[in-house]
Design a protein around this ligand. Structure first.
Ligand SMILES: [Ca+2]
Ligand SMILES: [Ca+2]
Length: 286
């Protein structure tokens, strides 16, 4: 009897401990479920303790409140952005308008300045043209004055004027003297001109514009024309390649050679007087 009672007591105590263990496990599972997914508990049809349902409600309300606050904040932020954009746009438009006005003013000033410069250019051009005409007239006057001075020094004969030098030079320098004055060494075309040269040269030996420097024996005038007939002295030309320029002698230079009158070929490096000839028609050229 006592053993049965003892066994019953032990059995009762074991069952009580098992019951408490089961209740503790249930509480643990319930706590875990509350922390975890609420919907999962709903789907598994686990009965929720009153404390868990109230916590969820508080959290949902908090979430809703946070969501509302977030939406309001977004609306406020969007409103602020819109207001800021409108302000920037209006301010920029004002600045652009002022800048455009300033640029138009500058363009107008530049156009006026350009017109003034064009007027100045026109006036300067007219003044330049006037000075050019004035300078041309002065040059023409000086040219005519020089020609008159030349005519006072040079001798006129038929259609040409002639200048006989007092100094002596070689043939090349003598010719340069003539060309520097728009003339050239004399070209004797006929007997009358040869007699004219004889008269103005007197006893002088003078260079004339005849040479065979290019081709020995082929005599050419300074204008490039070939010699057709000449007034060579007796025995001339006789210098070969040593004597390629021509002088004319009006008076026998050596008594022993009385016939040495007319043209002689001479070394071009010899120094003699010279005669320049210029056609009257060249006086009219500038
Ligand atoms: Ca010769
Ligand atoms: Ca000779």
């Amino acid at each position: 009897m006592s053993d049965g009672i003892y066994d019953n007591v032990i059995k009762t105590e074991s069952e009580g401990m098992k019951t408490e263990r089961v209740e503790m496990m249930v509480e643990i599972y319930e706590s875990v479920d509350c922390v975890g997914d609420h919907d999962f508990r709903t789907e598994t049809n686990i009965q929720q303790p009153p404390e868990c349902t109230e916590s969820d409600s508080v959290r949902i309300r908090s979430s809703r409140a946070a969501l509302v606050c977030l939406v309001l904040l977004c609306v406020l932020l969007l409103t602020a952005v819109i207001v800021l954009c409108v302000y920037i746009h209006s301010n920029s438009s004002t600045n652009y308008t002022e800048e455009t006005h300033q640029l138009l003013t500058n363009i107008t000033n530049l156009i006026e300045e350009r017109d003034q410069l064009l007027n100045k250019i026109t006036n300067l051009t007219e003044e330049r043209d006037g000075l050019i005409i004035k300078n041309k007239n002065l040059n023409e006057r000086d040219r005519l004055r020089n020609e008159l001075q030349i005519c006072a020094v040079w001798t006129c004969y038929q259609s040409s004027i002639y200048y006989i030098s007092n100094e002596t030079k070689n043939w090349t320098e003598s010719r340069r003297y003539c060309t520097d004055r728009g003339a050239d060494l004399i070209i004797i075309n006929n007997r009358e001109e040869q007699d004219f040269v004889k008269n103005i040269s007197g006893a002088a030996v003078v260079w004339i514009g005849l040479t065979d420097s290019d081709v020995e024996g082929t005599w050419k005038w300074v204008d490039g024309s070939a010699l057709t007939s000449g007034f060579w002295a007796s025995g001339e030309p006789n210098g070969g390649t040593r004597e390629n320029c021509v002088v004319t002698v009006a008076v026998p230079k050596f008594p022993e050679w009385p016939g040495l009158v007319g043209w002689l070929d001479e070394s071009c490096n010899q120094a003699y007087q010279w005669i320049c000839e210029k056609n009257i028609s060249q006086l009219m050229l500038p």
